[in-house]
Design a protein around this ligand. Structure first.
Ligand code: FAD
Length: 386
């Protein structure tokens, strides 16, 4: 079996690695001229830790990871702590794995190094999947540079605006949420208030939230500010989310929260998108994986983790003896569909809770303040993983 993987992000590389560990050969085709990731943070719940173990790279990732003491929610209008989930000893024991935060490049780099160490994996850059065709159990992928390659399976791990998805599902561009994110990573010496250094902290307010946690052995601070764009909701769907809207939305927050905006870059933003869950991301010998299959808002911090879970399940299905490829791909999708759908839908709901206004905010604050920081029932389904 030779698997063609379109896309060399976290999902594509994790898929190649998971397949190689089952003895299955693959070729990864990445459209950019080098493999890489953006320079910001990723939260990895305990379900991710389990996948990293199964991918054989947990030690490498742990080397630079930070293990927060707690996930802390603070009201951005008052600076009052609302609740926390302790992620120390009790959490680790409960889930059998820790909560980690990592630099994206460290995770992607660990995946890439591991892929380079496997003779079953071929890695190719400047190869943009343009189209593909299937004939008699064979898939031929055509690239934008006019070249093509054939294999027995094609995995579309080509992200949010997936070319493979459009060919299989034809459902057009993703849903634009109207939520916008700005990010920034700064050396910890530049951070004035050190009171939240050991936690993953999230300040939540009306139509906004700001996340802060340290990366790379604690040497740098990752800051992520998200807000609902007023222009988008006023009907301007093409030109919205500029830095003036960021500052305007954060103007009611405390001086402390507004201070945190100084650690955020104002020259680039990310318009957040997702899609409705759908159970038809395989066709014949072609399947989607990661954001191509089930893009989600980042509010549960699980998009990359889901891509890694997908990879492990996909490889298990394709490695079964006397495998029928279309049936194995359907079994993969079936195993993943409702779990990823739950992440997509719950992420939206959690976003609404974090961004609540008025009476909804009062209720949220009341309910959050009653939580026991050492009870994990609400998050069992997610963090116990697969
Ligand atoms: C602000 C923000 C914060 C987030 N935080 C977290 C978090 O804390 N934890 C978490 O788990 N997730 C998080 N996510 C989600 C996570 O970033 C994504 O779910 C994850 O990166 C998806 O990986 P992927 O490999 O499926 O797609 P991508 O990362 O998009 O990779 C796709 C790759 O395919 C390539 N490509 C695209 N088109 C083609 C083509 N036609 N041919 C060949 N190659 C192609 C691209 O260049 C890219 O390298 C966050 C997302 C955002 C926006």
């Amino acid at each position: 079996m030779e698997v063609i993987i379109a896309g060399g992000g976290i999902g594509g590389l994790a898929a190649a690695l998971a397949l190689a560990r089952q003895g299955i050969r693959s070729q990864v085709f990445e459209k950019s001229d080098e493999f890489g990731e953006i320079g910001y943070g990723l939260q990895l719940g305990p379900n991710a830790h389990r996948m990293l173990t199964r991918l054989g790279i947990v030690k490498e990732v742990e080397q630079t990871a930070v293990f927060p003491n707690a996930l802390v929610a603070i009201d951005a209008l008052t600076d009052r702590e609302l609740t926390r989930i302790n992620t120390g000893e009790g959490f680790r024991k409960h889930f059998g794995a820790p909560y980690m935060v990592v630099h994206r490049r460290d995770l992607h780099g660990a995946l890439l190094d591991a892929c380079r160490g496997h003779s079953e994996i071929g890695l190719h850059t400047s190869k943009q999947l343009a189209r593909f065709e299937e004939t008699a159990g064979k898939v031929t992928a055509h690239f934008a540079d006019g070249t093509n390659v054939s294999g027995s399976v094609l995995i579309g791990a080509d992200g949010l605006s997936s070319c493979a998805r459009e060919a299989i599902m034809g459902d057009g561009p993703p849903r634009v949420s109207g939520h916008v994110t700005y990010r920034g990573v700064v050396p910890v010496d530049e951070v004035k208030d050190k009171s939240h250094f050991d936690d993953m902290t999230i300040w939540i307010g009306p139509g906004l939230h700001l996340v802060q946690y340290r990366l790379r052995g604690g040497t740098v601070m990752n800051n992520v500010a998200t807000f609902h764009s007023p222009k988008f909701y006023a009907g301007n769907k093409t030109d919205f989310g500029g830095p003036e809207e960021l500052m305007q939305m954060y103007s009611p927050t405390t001086a402390h929260v507004r201070d945190l905006l100084s650690y955020i870059g104002k020259d680039k933003n990310w318009i957040l998108c997702d899609r409705e869950p759908r159970p038809d991301w395989t066709r014949g010998n072609v399947a989607l994986l990661g954001d191509a299959a089930h893009p989600t808002l980042q509010y549960l911090a699980q998009g990359a983790v889901m891509a890694m879970e997908d990879s492990v399940v996909l490889a298990e299905q394709l490695a079964k003896p006397s495998v029928e490829i279309p049936a194995a791909l359907k079994a993969y999708q079936e195993a993943r569909y409702l779990r990823t759908a739950r992440v997509q839908i719950t992420s939206r709901i959690f976003g609404e809770i974090m961004h609540a206004r008025g009476g909804a905010r009062d209720l949220r604050n009341h309910l959050m303040s009653q939580r026991n920081p050492d009870h994990y029932r609400e998050i069992d389904w997610l963090y116990r993983g697969i």
